[in-house]
Structures are given as structure tokens and as C-alpha cells.
Design a protein around this ligand. Sequence first.
Ligand code: FES
Length: 153
Amino acid sequence: MQEIEKILDQYPFVQRDNLIPILQEIQNAFGYISEEAIVKVGNYLKMPTSKIYGLATFYNQFYFTPKGRYHIKICNGTSCHVNGNSLIIKEIEKILGIKDGENTKDNGFSLELTSCMGVCGMGPVMAINDKYYTCLTVKKVKTIIQDYQQMDE
Ligand code: FES
């Protein structure tokens, strides 16, 4: 938690405008924003935690639970939808037994449906951590996930 204090120390002027940059830094440092972090930020900025949650969820870029070791983002934008992403999403859900916003029990994988990932011409698209996979098919996604599962064995 000292890390959070270090982040807060970078914002010596207690201004509510600093909320989003502070939350971004906390998320960058920890991968998500814990309840404890929200309370600390709330005390620091003198804001109720409910208000912080409300604002943070509005921005749709913050995670309040830790992501899996392999965080899968799959594009749910219009172009990828037209290119059949629903079959890919169903396959991932079937293999891992999780839905959007959930983690596998062992925390190995988490799944997130996102808006356009900016490579519409190569859809359906997903990213696992920072690696992108394009032109996905059901067969391709099965192999990719199996490879990650084997890395963990
Ligand atoms: S809609 Fe999927 S990358 Fe744009």
C-alpha cells in the first residue's frame, strides 16, 4: 500500500480533477483498483467512495478485480460482429467457462469484451495481455487458448 501513498504524493494539491489520473496510475501499478485503494483515494481527495466508484465506472477503463494472468480482450465492435465474433466469444466462453468480466477459478484467464480495437479490416480480433490475434476463426482461437493453457502446466 506504500505504492499508493507514493502515487498520491505526486498530487500535492488536493483537487478532485486529479481523481482520474490517480486511478489510472494505481491501475497501471497494480493492474486493478482495489477497495482499499478506493478508500485511500477517497480520504485523500475528501470524496465519498460511492462517488469515486460512480465516476470510475463511467469511464469504463478501470478494473475493480484483479485480471487473470492471461487477460483476453475480444473486440465486440460492429465490424468484428459482422465478421462473426459471436462464434469466437462463444468458443472462448465454452473453453474457459467464463463470461465477460469474469475470471477462471484459478485466475489463469479473464475475459473482457471491448469496443473497437482499431484493426477492423482484420477482424475478428482479440488480444491476450499485449499480444494481438487477428482474423480469428473458432479453430484458431481454440489452438491459441490451448497454447496458453499448456504454458501454465
Ligand atoms: S470493430 Fe473490431 S477492430 Fe474495429
